[in-house]
Design a protein around this ligand. Structure first.
Ligand SMILES: C[S@@+](CC[C@H](N)C(=O)[O-])C[C@H]1O[C@@H](n2cnc3c(N)ncnc32)[C@H](O)[C@@H]1O
Length: 232
């Protein structure tokens, strides 16, 4: 279904889409300017990436379906009430969360306009528009002040200040029963496949220090890379 939705959204034939998917990570990496100053990260995702993440994330989710399925199982255990998906990409997790009975509404925050439009297109195709809202950033007035749960998968390593993002989540997550589902990959890859990931050791130390100050990990049996947290 993702293939059909993406081909329809991009107005490509099935064959044209298949040709674009295999090289999508390299294409995104080559769009990257190299040593990106953290202060330029937001404008890279908002203005430079364009459709690049649609292809790259679709190729990844289709090629790693078992892993993505585990993250969705895990999300299904924690998502409830007003649920935030921060950096929601092509909407795989946001759309799945919107189908959960325990979830009242999904708020997907995503800098990239192509991604937001694609997720809205998918939500309409799936009859989920009434339960999913896509917004650019956490300052949007429509957003709840406090979320019952949040998902932030494969995003923290793209941010100029992942520690500040953790602090912001802690302020917006319900103190009782609130659960955050997080992962991170502060690594550019063995062959610089992911030049857009930040890996500065001081930034990473500060991230872990904030994580340990503010959050308590909850055990789950699904994956060791994606973790769930309550507030301390
Ligand atoms: C690697 S993708 C992950 C997408 C999705 N969470 C997933 O697991 O498939 C990272 C996403 O974060 C978005 N992003 C990067 N910086 C952001 C920011 N400051 N605010 C919101 N979204 C951001 C990018 O546009 C991109 O869609």
């Amino acid at each position: 279904m993702l293939r059909e939705q993406l081909a329809c959204f991009l107005q490509l034939s099935a064959d044209e889409l298949e040709q674009r998917l295999p090289n999508s990570t390299e294409a995104l990496a080559s769009a990257h300017p190299g040593a990106l100053d953290p202060s330029e990260a937001e404008s890279f995702y908002e203005s430079e990436v364009g459709d690049g993440h649609l292809y790259e994330l679709a190729a990844w989710h289709l090629g790693s379906a078992d892993y993505i399925a585990d993250t969705l199982r895990l999300q299904a255990e924690i998502a409830h009430g007003q649920h935030l998906d921060f950096g929601g990409g092509i909407g795989t997790h946001a759309l799945a969360a919107a189908q959960l009975k325990a979830v009242d509404h999904v708020w997907m925050v995503e800098l990239n306009g192509s991604n937001r439009r694609f997720v809205q297109h998918r939500a309409e195709a799936l009859g989920l528009s009434h339960k999913l809202t896509c917004l650019r950033d956490l300052e949007a007035a429509e957003l709840p002040k406090i979320f019952d749960s949040l998902t932030c998968l494969d995003v923290l390593e793209h941010l100029a200040d992942p520690s500040a993002q953790l602090k912001c989540f802690a302020q917006r997550l319900k103190s009782q029963d609130g659960v955050a589902l997080l992962n991170w990959y502060f690594f550019k890859g063995h062959h610089n496949e992911y030049p857009f990931h930040f890996d500065d050791p001081e930034m990473v130390n500060l991230f872990f220090s904030t994580l340990q100050d503010l959050y308590l990990e909850r055990f789950h049996p699904h994956l060791i890379t994606a973790r769930t947290y309550a507030l301390r």
